[in-house]
Design a protein around this ligand. Sequence first.
Ligand code: ASP
Length: 324
Amino acid sequence: MQFKHTLIALLGLAAAALAQAQASWPTRPITLVVPFAAGGPTDVVARTLGASMMKTLGQTVVIENKLGAGGTVAANYVAKAQPDGYTFFIHHNGMATSTALYRKLAYDPMKDFEFVSQAVEVPMTLLARKDFPAGNLQEMVAYIRANEQKINLANAGLGAVSQLCGMMFQRAIGVQLTEVPFQGTAPAMNALLGGQVDVLCDQTTQTVPQIKAGSVKLYGVTTKSRVKVLPNAPTLNEQGLKDFEVVVWHGIYAPRGTPKPIIDRMNAAVRTALKDPDVVKRMDDLGAEIVPDATNTPEALQAWLKSEIDKWGPVIRAGGKFAD
Ligand code: ASP
């Protein structure tokens, strides 16, 4: 009896301590894990949001770039991190596509995470090195078909949107190129600028400055309609690659079990950041579109991820490219 009372008292104390910890959250810096290299397009979104969220949260948001295996190393790391409200994760379509690309994933995207919010949607651009001998998409396709064995296509690994876009492009024009994986498209872009690789498909959040500076050649955008910051760039679809569409979306997650009050406060911080004029301007300048406020709920992200897993699974399986 005595033991039972002591246990109940201890449980009560633990619950009170937990409630107290949740109420005063955050009391130390928060880590936002990015699954690709620093300086790349996902990293740019993370750092822009993180800088703004610090104002709401009153704590530093530390960006941690955890690299490898097309983003799955980072996803697995976050899935197994302490659900204490100090580790969050930003990822893109790879959260969905990896379920079809990898035979065995060490985590379940639908079960091992809490969903915080969606954030921005980003078009992709099909690029080649500056001295690539083709002036438009038609010439590019003709050149690639004639030189299939020689062309290198850079990407950020199996699970990256650059890989997804590259896969769809190769399929659309009926070629199989040599793929060169990097740990993010920041190093892939460096290789393109240095002429070590020929072709790269990447988000505008990294490519707009390079396109505007004329350091790379642009052959089209991957969205169904043209992109405001690149008004002269035709879509791949309008140039004959029928129904070609890849839109990159970003979601923010936490390890499963992160307390709901913390998820809700993080959600509020993300939504506030998405209305911050500095964030709005930066995203605008880089061609990214902020997701409407009403859809930035944890529930909407959960439903969206499920629909993306259902959408991309069959498309990827038809390509027959898998990793263990
Ligand atoms: N653009 C990336 C991708 O291809 C990754 C990155 O942000 O570096 O998935």
